[in-house]
Design a protein. Structure first.
Length: 328
């Protein structure tokens, strides 16, 4: 039978060890278990059982970064494709994941209140965040170490709930920011700006098994992403965004060199011009949602479909209009 020395087990379990004197390695179990009015009968012998309960999901567990949880492997894979990483540590992630990504055992910590100025929660949040940062540092994955991680993010989608916490909101956010910066990653930290997102989901994927967020929530996290749940590109969206990204990269040097000059071209029409001594790029916008417009700009005529932007290289030639979609 397996016996526990309970007085030492509670302490050493958190350290990941069980004292050897507390474990009997005689693991020959009985083949029959019955009972009578006196006791449980194990292998034909009445036994007095001294029992207790450990719910593993309710107890502070060991970290598991194996298999689908191998974050280091994922970051290295991204680096191998010559891409940067913006690492959102959270620890709250949402994504229709069970408990927003928090482990269930957090709920059972005495006095805990999630995502506000609450000491038990902040202690666990700091422990987890520091663990992730340390893992990345050990593998030299931050840009300050020559790695691909150029930004890190603390917290996520806080604008959905900040009003509910009232006086606890600002102290918590300030604490989270200070805590993150103190971890000395050598790269900037950011927080989400509510609905301001470039492209929220490139590949949605699947919440496998029972990781989905609750009853009647689909395991699919596809959300019409550019790469679908099965890893296939979704056209025409994928091809169109590829062309938009190429056009923006074409303008990169001018975009980062100067502020735009904004001018009106008529009702619901405007031009944003980025100009240096050697470069000129223009963004012509028609923000009318229903009507196309023909406009004059720098002596040339341009057709702007409703609710679209045309990007002009050299402030003359149209390299892309966002309303025009080309299949590959």
């Amino acid at each position: 039978m397996l016996s526990f020395c309970c007085s030492d087990f509670a302490y050493n379990y958190l350290e990941g060890t069980i004292p050897s004197e507390c474990v009997s390695m005689n693991l020959t179990f009985a083949s029959t278990v019955t009972y009578d009015s006196r006791a449980i009968v194990i292998g034909g012998k009445r036994r007095v059982l001294v029992s207790d309960s450990i719910h593993y999901p309710h107890s502070t567990p060991d970290y598991n970064f194996e298999g689908r949880n191998d974050l280091v492997k994922f970051v290295k894979l991204v680096a191998a494709t010559d891409l940067y990483v913006h690492l959102r540590i959270g620890p709250y992630v949402c994504v229709e994941w069970n408990y927003g990504g928090f482990p269930l055992w957090l709920h059972f910590i005495l006095g805990i209140k999630f995502r506000t100025d609450n000491e038990p929660f902040k202690a666990e949040m700091q422990r987890f965040t520091a663990k992730i940062v340390d893992m990345m540092k050990q593998e030299k994955l931050y840009a300050s170490q020559g790695g691909p991680i150029i930004l890190s993010q603390i917290e996520n989608e806080y604008g959905n709930i900040d009003s509910a916490y009232e006086v606890g909101t600002k102290p918590y956010i300030k604490w989270a920011a200070d805590m993150a910066v103190s971890l000395d990653t050598g790269v900037p930290w950011v927080m989400c700006q509510q609905f301001d997102a470039l492209c929220p989901i490139y590949h949605g994927g699947t919440n496998f098994g029972r990781t989905t967020g609750g009853p009647f929530i689909a395991t699919s996290y596809d959300y019409d992403a550019l790469i679908d749940e099965y890893g296939l590109v979704r056209q025409p969206k994928w091809g169109h965004l590829r062309d938009v990204h190429k056009a923006i990269k074409l303008c990169e040097e001018a975009l980062i060199a100067t502020d735009p000059t904004i001018s009106s071209l008529g009702p619901n029409l405007e031009a944003a011009v980025y100009k240096t001594r050697s470069l000129c790029y223009a963004f012509l916008a028609n923000v009318d949602t229903k009507s196309d417009a023909t406009i004059k700009f720098n002596g040339n005529s341009y057709l702007l479909p409703a609710w679209s932007v045309s990007i002009l290289s050299d402030c003359k030639n149209v390299v892309l209009n966002t309303a025009k979609i080309f299949m590959p």
